[in-house]
Design a protein around this ligand. Structure first.
Ligand code: ATP
Ligand code: MG
Length: 572
């Protein structure tokens, strides 16, 4: 491709709202442009990268015997009603009506439609296993689209689904996908962590996420160096040091705590009686429109994803001040569960068996001391709802947990029979019994891979593409295209390298050398070959490896340059 005819609008400045590097450099490098919040256009350079990523994903899916489909993005309501997800997906789903007034939606994912096809077409265990996939646009009206193409409202997903007659079959399909995912991320130049995950709106028994470590991510992963345990903090567990608890002897009693509204304030005012670890933090949550009290040790944090799992709630939010006052008669700062019988009380497991605790009295300006959790909060239902913290003990070994920021790039689920039962997708097994198909679902975000690669591979000047997904592998710069020797050499190298099978961009524009160098760094091809008038006088061109800036002078002839390019590209 000749740059004089390429549409690659590079920019000196990043858009003012760009915070993460992938957003900054994909826009500045002329790869993407925003059309509306969470809606992006892929420009020619961006589209080349996307097609590379899709190509790798497609090859690895085909290699494990998955068959490519292409399903509609526009779905009728009925299929989503059958699984209950027309409701569950709430405002995240884009909904519309057709001209006949029928409800439709834009696909957020395709479990429903793939299972619908399976229900209509698959009859016998003999037709299984099947693994089906597609690379298709998904629509999600995300509450906070942000970070360039990391979280958008229209994106491309490779989604695959496996159909088996039994659990053992599912295990095999899941394992094949897991391995294919590892190869995909390796080939895309992404180092990843494979972590235990929360299944969220998908349901199902087991799931794992592929996480790329970057501050641009919105997830947190707890991991243990000693034993290799790694889990999304949405499900991660940790080992706490045991806390001493005596037999409950003293009855609970109220004491005044005027203007002491936070755990810290109370602990500072009463360091003996109410250090943070001896306080009970009382949160009020609305789970599917029903108020719940959620109790944690004072210095622990709630994990909302665990609360969702434990309650099976779909819409989970903190209660508003007036809802709290109506239910408990006090404001946050003096809340507690002692004496509350009208609301479900969910208590974090770390509080099980604890005595001599302090909690709010449900009277503004008062707390209660000498609280024994089991004696004084008899309706307590215990569950793990605590968010793990860095430095806590690993639950599996003696190690300590570390917590990293990460970006989810892929997610694999053992769905089981949730969708097949809902949509009545059954087959006859070997004994002639009708059984629901056992399913798995496996997703990868294509734009996310592109953006994650930029997060992991860039410097202050621009992107450093992994060779496998770079828009071009070699960027030949004719520094003074008006100079006959320069132009002739650059042309020869361009055509010769194309001929050798490389993807080559030739900067043949009438621009200053400085502009060309800057653009080359922004575009980020792994190898840059600069052909300049001075070098040509000495019979050399200059080859730079983008990754580490290594510069070498090479004899200005095609075979020498070709050999050097080949060795540089193969080295990684
Ligand atoms: P997240 O927690 O980041 O919202 P998710 O759990 O909703 O992701 P899945 O439904 O498992 O994601 O989708 C599979 C893959 O699709 C994700 O691993 C991610 O790579 C990609 N993906 C999901 N939502 C988006 C989005 N809004 N923008 C871009 N890619 C996305
Ligand atoms: Mg999501």
């Amino acid at each position: 491709m000749r740059q004089s005819t390429l549409f690659a609008p590079t920019l000196k400045e990043a858009p003012s709202d760009a915070v993460v590097s992938s957003h900054v450099f994909l826009v500045r490098g002329g790869f993407i442009r925003q059309i509306a919040a969470g809606i992006y256009a892929m420009l020619p350079l961006g589209w080349r990268v996307i097609r590379k990523v899709e190509g790798i994903v497609r090859q690895e899916m085909d290699a494990v015997g998955a068959q490519e489909f292409h399903l509609p993005a526009l779905h009728p309501r009925e299929i989503w009603d059958a699984t209950g997800r027309w409701e569950v997906m709430g405002p995240n789903m884009f909904r519309l009506k057709d001209r006949g007034g029928r409800d439709m939606c834009l696909g957020m994912t395709h479990e429903e439609v793939f299972t619908h096809i399976a229900r209509n077409e698959l009859r016998s265990y003999r037709e299984l296993p099947q693994v089906w996939y597609q690379i298709q646009t998904k629509f999600r009206d995300e509450p906070r689209p942000k970070s360039g193409v990391l979280r958008v409202r229209e994106f491309t997903m490779k989604d695959a689904y496996s159909f088996d007659v039994d659990r053992e079959g599912l295990d095999v399909a899941y394992e094949a996908q897991r391995k294919a995912y590892c190869r995909i991320f390796e080939r895309c130049g992404l180092d990843y962590h494979l972590v235990q995950a929360h299944s969220g709106a998908m349901g199902g028994s087991e799931s794992a996420e592929f996480m790329v470590q970057t501050d641009a991510g919105e997830d947190e992963v707890a991991s243990c160096h000693s034993c290799g345990y790694a889990a999304n903090t949405e499900t991660a567990v940790s080992r706490l040091e045991p806390t001493e608890s005596s037999e409950p002897k003293v009855e609970p009693s109220r004491f005044p705590t005027p203007n002491l509204n936070t755990i810290e304030e109370l602990a500072a005012a009463h360091p003996e009686k109410a250090p943070a670890h001896r306080q009970i933090k009382t949160l009020v949550y609305v789970v599917d429109e029903k108020l719940h009290l959620v109790l944690l040790q004072g210095d622990h944090e709630l994990c909302e994803a665990k609360l969702e799992s434990v309650t099976g709630g779909v819409e989970v939010r903190p209660a508003h001040r007036d809802e709290i006052r109506d239910a408990l008669g006090a404001d946050p700062g003096s809340l507690g569960a002692v004496g509350v019988s009208s609301l479900p009380v969910l208590v974090d497991s770390a509080l099980e068996g604890r005595t001599e605790m302090v909690t709010g009295a449900n009277v503004d300006g008062f707390h209660i001391e000498h609280v024994s959790v089991s004696r004084d909060i008899p309706s307590a239902k215990f569950a793990d709802v605590r968010l793990v913290k860095a430095g806590e003990g690993c639950a599996r070994c003696d190690g300590k947990l570390e917590v990293l920021r990460a970006l989810e790039v892929g997610h694999i689920f053992k769905l089981g029979t949730r969708y097949s039962q809902a949509l009545q997708a059954t087959v006859l097994d070997a004994k002639g019994n009708e059984v629901p198909i056992v399913m798995g679902s496996y997703g990868i975000g294509i734009e996310r891979i592109m953006a994650a690669a930029v997060e992991r591979h860039h410097d202050d000047n621009g992107i450093i593409w992994p060779q496998t997904i770079a828009p071009f592998q070699v960027h030949v710069l004719a520094l003074q295209p008006g100079d006959d020797a320069v132009r002739a050499m650059a042309e020869e190298l361009y055509l010769g390298l194309l001929d050798a099978g490389y993807e080559v961009l030739l900067d043949d524009r009438e621009e200053r050398a400085g502009v060309k160098f800057k653009d080359a760094d922004l575009i980020g091809a792994p190898i840059r070959v600069a052909v300049g008038a001075r070098g040509m006088k000495n019979g050399i061109v200059e080859l730079k490896r983008r990754r580490d800036g290594e510069l070498v002078s090479v004899a200005a002839d095609l075979p020498s340059v070709r050999t050097e390019v080949a060795s540089k590209l193969d080295e990684r």
